[in-house]
Design a protein around this ligand. Structure first.
Ligand code: NAP
Length: 495
């Protein structure tokens, strides 16, 4: 049995959340912590997603930490390499490298009678800590649909987030299943080299256009030469997105102009009325995550791209068969079919007080206090936990708000010398607020999406503005959390 490493804090995951949390810990002087990362590199989704055209549809000035602006202010929308490099250099600059343990997949965590967490990894390493923070994100476990005949297909098949770079695209027949953000970004790039790209659409996405990837010379000069410009521009897009895009989730006033702009974008990009009709969504804008893209529609008009809207019934040795019996030949199938987003923390086995399994507590759908704490799981924290995904703004910003709160909670627990847990009354009032706020959004009655569980519980998005999240998590955790006594933990391990 290997030795147990004793720490103040264990952080799991080295994407935006883990890096942001680590920086905040160092800022307040907490140094006895490690960030355990399953992969051989940091970066989270920006490490995992390497499909052609992978980029971010949120401007770089906002899709970044407030304390670490991009050094290249000319990039308006970063591609995945820019973001990966940004995270790597931020980790180095902020002194996080010695806190990183790569190739260390966490398999289990349990809260012990001593009021501390024991974290187990598949490498056999074990860690104990007073506080445990999950920063594993929501969109990292690929969803691959169970299509009949999957094993018969003789070509190459892989998920968009597991791109197989040994497979050549040039001159080949590529099938892309799905029309979400990942598919929209890759199809224009695949279409340039492939003989044919067949795109299988189940539900059309709402697509909004966005400004060009790079700034023009004037904007560039301003951003490069006027020091306050970065901060001003960041604030402008933060408030702009929050004011304009947030009301869309409640079918508020801006849902109308957003719909008009999306329809106009479709009309201007797709001249063929029949193709346009098949690309027109029949649900309210915002029920699924809106796609922000300028090239997808135009790519679908290319002679070597075909949009298929008949449901796929099976895979055969040479392609995909649809409900109209037509067989679409394919050399390569790309599953741009999204992620198992509502299964937070799976497949890690997490046990809280009294040995309660988190997966059992969440069997009817995950919930957490501001997406960051769960009753029965003292001093266990999360960034990007349930209902804290910003559908209208920047998720690194939400994670920064959460990191601020979580680190204050960790300090509180260290001061008290005890684990702390969200009080029943705080959780109750939060849940009531959440239920009311969620009922006011279009999601509970909307179409299926990764925002919800299969049974329809909305578990992923935050149902209010980013400004509300900031305001509501500014108070000190001492207001809502109470220490866990030895009597509370004496039954631990019962399960
Ligand atoms: P997604 O939005 O969940 O889209 C998955 C697509 O696959 C949908 O079109 C879905 O159709 C389709 N699909 C799933 N199962 C299917 C089946 N059995 N048969 C046919 N089609 C099927 O996944 P994603 O595109 O990977 O994006 C996930 C999230 O990642 C995004 O919403 C976004 O938040 C994030 N992302 C962000 C960026 C960025 O630039 N910031 C880029 C890429 C991704 P239905 O709609 O009918 O279910």
């Amino acid at each position: 049995m290997t030795e147990v490493t004793d720490l103040d804090v264990v952080v799991v995951g080295a994407g935006f959340g883990g890096i942001g949390l680590g920086v905040e810990l160092l800022r307040v002087g907490i140094t006895r912590f490690l960030i355990l990362e399953k992969a051989s590199e940091l970066g989270g989704v920006w490490r995992d997603n390497t499909y052609p055209g992978c980029a971010c549809d949120v401007p770089s000035h906002l899709y970044s930490f407030s304390f670490a602006p991009y050094t290249d202010s000319t990039i308006r929308y970063p591609d995945r390499r820019d973001i990966q490099e940004y995270l790597r250099s931020t980790a180095i600059k902020c002194g996080l490298q010695r806190h990183l343990r790569l190739n260390t997949p966490v398999t289990a965590a349990s809260f012990g009678e001593d009021g501390r967490w024991l974290v187990t990894t598949s490498t056999g390493d074990r860690y104990t800590a007073g506080s445990l923070v999950w920063t594993v994100g929501q969109l990292h476990r690929p969803h691959i649909p169970a299509l009949a005949g999957r094993e018969l297909f003789q070509g190459r098949a892989f998920h968009s987030a597991r791109w197989d770079h040994t497979v050549s695209i040039t001159g080949r027949n590529i099938a892309v299943i799905g029309t979400g953000s990942s598919a929209a970004q890759m199809v224009p790039h695949l279409a340039r080299d492939a003989a044919k790209v067949t795109v299988f659409q189940r539900t059309p996405a709402w697509v909004l256009p966005k400004p060009a990837r790079r700034f023009g010379p004037v904007a560039r000069w301003v951003l490069e030469h006027i020091p306050a410009m970065h901060a001003i521009y960041r604030k402008a897009i933060y408030y702009g997105a929050d004011l304009v895009l947030s009301p869309v989730m409640t079918a508020g006033w801006t849902a109308h102009p957003a719909r008009w702009v999306a329809r106009a974008h479709l009309r201007l990009s797709v001249p063929d009325p029949q193709l346009r009709a098949r690309l027109t969504p029949r649900y309210r804008i915002g029920e699924k995550r809106i796609v922000l893209d300028n090239d997808f529609y135009r790519a679908l008009c290319r002679p070597n791209v075909e949009l298929v809207t008949e449901p796929i019934t099976e895979l055969t040795s040479s392609g995909l068969r649809c409900a109209d019996s037509r067989l679409h030949p394919a050399d390569v199938i790309v599953f741009a079919t999204g992620f198992r987003a509502s299964e937070f923390l799976a497949p890690i086995e997490v046990r809280g007080r009294d040995g309660v399994l988190l997966s059992q507590q969440w069997a009817k759908g995950a919930s957490a206090f501001y997406g960051l704490a769960v009753p029965g799981f003292p001093s266990m924290w999360m960034l990007a936990g349930p209902n804290s995904f910003s559908a209208s703004g920047s998720n690194p910003t939400i994670k920064e708000f959460q990191a601020r709160y979580v680190v204050r909670g960790i300090q509180q627990s260290m001061r008290l010398g005890a684990a702390i847990e969200v009080s029943p009354s705080a959780m109750h009032s939060y849940q009531q607020w959440m239920d009311d706020a969620m009922a006011g959004t279009i999601w509970p009655t909307g179409v299926d999406s990764w925002y919800k569980t299969a049974s329809g519980k909305v578990t992923n998005p935050w149902p209010a503005t980013n400004r509300a999240f900031d305001r509501m998590t500014k108070h000190h955790p001492a207001t809502d959390f109470e220490p866990v006594t030895a009597a509370d933990t004496s039954c631990t391990g019962a399960a």
